[in-house]
Design a protein around this ligand. Structure first.
Ligand code: TMP
Length: 209
């Protein structure tokens, strides 16, 4: 029987996270997992309000400290109302972004000190960390081209390429430090090859092979 698992998806803009979320969800269900799909910021009533503000506020400049605290306010609510109860019920939680995004966007992108983020992470999460993180990686240019074909850019999507290069570098540095947990998926490949990479990582996490 598949065990309970906390799986997160990460990546820069246009890396194909959302497209692959459905594929991963279906694959896990097919393997007999009881899956809860959720996202950050969001996943609760308060979290979705915070998301709406952070992504769509007309106020483009919010102090990075306020931004990081709002991310963690949404996360605190999400952990206590959705993530912990689902894991305790033996479910698989599949979460579109989590704290690696805070290190990448507020740390790398906005320049906040990683030690400060770590202090809040420890306070808010205790020992809760994802069991597995799939990092969808694509060059900044290719990702932005894909994302640009979608709707009106949000507050983060308005940032420049330099911001997104720092985001990508931070994600990759984290994957290098934690290679067992953070698995890089080369999202520049054709969709079938991306799905093959996903399945091989999931097989290992769910069935231990
Ligand atoms: P997305 O999940 O639809 O890509 O949108 C969420 C946006 O929020 C994305 O631009 C990344 C950003 N974000 C942060 O800056 N910090 C965080 O901790 C999280 C979870 C998301």
């Amino acid at each position: 029987m598949p065990r309970r698992l906390f799986i997160t998806l990460e990546g820069g803009e246009g890396a194909g996270k959302s497209t692959n979320l459905d594929f991963i969800h279906q694959w896990l269900q097919h393997e007999g997992c009881d899956v809860v799909v959720t996202r950050e910021p969001g996943g609760t009533e308060l979290g979705e309000h915070i998301r709406d503000f952070l992504l769509h506020s007309k106020q483009l400049h919010i102090a990075p400290e306020s931004e990081v605290l709002l991310m963690f306010a949404a996360r605190t609510e999400h952990i206590s109302k959705v993530i912990r109860p689902s894991l305790e019920a033996g479910k698989v939680v599949l979460c579109d972004r989590f704290t690696d995004a805070t290190y990448a966007y507020q740390g790398g992108g906005r320049g906040l000190d990683a030690d400060r983020i770590a202090a809040i992470e420890n306070w808010v999460q205790g020992d809760l960390r994802p069991d597995l993180t799939l990092l969808f990686d694509v060059s900044v240019e290719a990702g932005r081209e894909r994302a640009g074909q979608r709707s009106e850019p949000d507050r983060f999507e308005r940032e420049n390429n330099e911001f997104f290069r720092r985001v990508r570098e931070t994600y990759i540095a984290r994957a290098t430090r934690e290679p067992k947990r953070i698995r890089i998926i080369d999202a520049s490949r054709p969709i079938e090859q991306v799905e093959q990479q996903i399945v091989s990582v999931l097989q290992e996490a769910v069935h231990g092979r």
